[in-house]
Design a protein around this ligand. Structure first.
Ligand SMILES: [Zn+2]
Length: 104
């Protein structure tokens, strides 16, 4: 199965987009869950990932360079709904529901 971003369906592409698992830290994970409008009690986020499009540049360690997966800071919280293709929040929400429904 191809790994995709929950919010925008972005797949991992070398050098441009990285996918990030939900954090283990409870408080931090709740912030991610809230951002994604998921339910912390019913949604299993262990297999869900978000792409780097939803984090500000200062959420990442160091500077982007070739061949990275970007390293997300341990306290980073997603804050951007729009991806680089300019999808609207409504489109992203529909896509997210679609991905959730398809989840095994
Ligand atoms: Zn994304």
């Amino acid at each position: 199965m191809v790994e995709k971003c929950l919010l925008c369906g972005e797949v991992r592409r070398k050098g441009s987009v990285s996918l990030h698992k939900f954090p283990r830290d409870d408080d931090l994970r709740k912030q991610w869950i809230k951002f994604c409008k998921l339910n912390e009690h019913t949604d299993d986020v262990r297999n869900i990932k978000l792409c780097s499009n939803h984090f500000k540049e200062d959420s990442f360690m160091g500077y982007p360079c070739t061949g990275y997966p970007k390293l997300l800071r341990s306290n980073a919280v997603p804050s951007l709904y729009f991806n680089k293709k300019g999808k609207t929040l409504q489109e992203l929400t529909l896509l997210r529901l679609f991905l959730l429904l398809r989840r095994d």
